[in-house]
Design a protein around this ligand. Structure first.
Ligand code: KE4
Length: 428
């Protein structure tokens, strides 16, 4: 047994499944998860000292690359004055102003500690503001482990083949209506059947949790029109796409103003920070102003806000998103060539620096098409790439993330590894 295997055995005695988040257990791809000891730039190094080019990037936050000196400095300079006060700080105003300036639709925000908290709060705000009970979500979208959103969920739930979690009460699930992603008629059906009781429609404007599946412009335009018409709120879950696909997030690419937006990952720079924000009249239902309660011991934590601000300041520099687009495009082109030369049936969806390779299918526009992909072949591809020093998300239903730290050499090495791995799996 190597060190990671020994650590996994030890972890499994005291942590369910040996991990603190299910997708990390590699159940979908086999083998024993690598226990990571350190990371820098585009690489992670495991407990045996093996270094890999990393495309998980902590599932999105590491857009600058790991251990960026400006982020580390910001954390270090902040922690000398203490780590948490449970009281307001000036830095939280700076973060709130930065998010409001970046996203036109956001007039006020509340900082929380995780994407799950952000989406959970967004639903409660929507129900409190509208006085209605039902929520429309889309099969394959994942919004964290909120009870009412763990219905036909993506990400780790889908990876483990459990898109509907146990433990979510039937009454709760009844309040969640499921529609097909990129299918406006399906949403209209929900409103025809439950229109006056729908508080909100929530979605990832660029889905990353059934693999990367971007919304179509007409779909989002239609959702905006329909929710406005029916006095329901439009909630964008940009926990993954926020500050990832553009500084103005996905909503700036589509020119849509949702009523509420959830942010996470990049906005915290790798520390626990997320946010829910939007129209001031909607956000003002939150306590202590309004009747919708929400709270958090570590909300707006000084270290997390400092790490997030340092990350946003750096990614905001001119040329950052152009570099991410160029690196993402180079990787996409190389992977497409490798697929073509291997003869393996696969398709690839990409938006900027987030992309997914789907095996065994020609296109993926929604959950049904995503779930037809060949997850077994993905497992073989994952292991082949790992053996060649490339560390991919251990699930066919996740996004691969390129960071500013990924060099042209990293991309070239990844493409070479993919070419060899695809040839290997095609030969089997
Ligand atoms: P967290 O509670 O994990 O911070 O955020 C939940 C969440 C909400 N919305 C979207 C669009 C998300 O992608 C996520 C979390 N993403 C997964 C990976 N796809 C986190 C990784 C994990 O669960 O370990």
């Amino acid at each position: 047994m190597d060190t990671s295997e020994k650590l996994f055995a030890a972890a499994s005695e005291v942590i369910p499944g040996g991990v603190n988040s299910p997708v990390r257990a590699w159940r979908a791809v086999g083998g024993s998860p690598r226990f990571i000891q350190r990371a820098a730039g585009s690489t992670v190094t495991d407990a045996d000292g093996t270094t890999y080019i990393d495309y998980i990037g902590s599932w999105g936050p590491m857009i600058l690359g790991h251990a960026h000196h400006k982020v580390l400095y910001a954390i270090h300079a902040t922690m000398r004055d203490g780590t948490s006060f449970g009281a307001p700080t000036a830095r939280e105003i700076e973060m709130a102003r930065e998010i409001c300036a970046a996203a036109e639709s956001v007039q006020k925000i509340r900082l929380v500690n995780s994407g799950t908290e952000a989406t959970m709060t967004a639903l409660r705000i929507a129900r409190g503001f509208t006085g209605r009970g039902k929520i429309v979500k889309f099969a394959g979208c994942y919004h964290g482990h909120v009870d009412s959103l763990l219905v036909k969920a993506g990400s780790g739930a889908l990876t483990l083949g459990a898109p509907d979690s146990a433990g979510v009460g039937a009454d709760t699930a009844k309040q969640t209506l499921i529609a097909r992603y990129n299918d406006l008629d399906d949403v209209r059906r929900c409103f025809e059947e439950h229109g006056d009781d729908i508080a909100a429609v929530v979605l990832e404007p660029i889905a990353g949790n059934m693999g990367v599946v971007p919304s179509e412009q007409s779909f989002l335009d239609g959702l905006r029109e329909l929710t406005t018409e029916r006095d329901a709120l439009l909630v964008f879950d940009e926990v993954m796409s926020g500050f990832r696909v553009a500084y103005g997030s996905a909503q700036s690419l589509y020119g849509i103003h949702p009523d509420l937006t959830c942010f996470g990952k990049v906005v915290g720079g790798g520390l626990p920070l997320a946010a829910v924000g939007g129209r001031a009249d909607v956000m003002d239902v939150l306590a202590p102003l309004g009747p919708v309660y929400q709270a958090g011991t570590l909300s707006g934590n000084p270290l997390a806000v400092a790490a997030g601000l340092a990350t946003l300041k750096e990614i905001k520099q001119p040329g950052s998103y152009e570099r991410l687009e160029a690196a993402g495009a180079a990787l996409e082109d190389g992977l497409r060539e490798a697929i073509a030369s291997s003869g393996v049936r696969a398709c690839l969806n990409r938006v900027g620096s987030m992309l997914t390779l789907f095996f065994g299918v020609e296109q993926v526009r929604d959950f049904d098409e995503a779930t037809r992909c060949d997850t077994e072949l993905f497992g073989k591809y994952f292991q082949g790439m790992l053996a060649r020093g490339i560390y991919l998300p251990p699930s066919a239903f996740e996004a691969l993330f390129v960071s500013l730290a990924h060099s042209d050499q990293d991309i070239d090495k990844t493409i070479d590894a993919a070419r060899d791995t695809l040839a290997e799996v095609a030969a089997r």
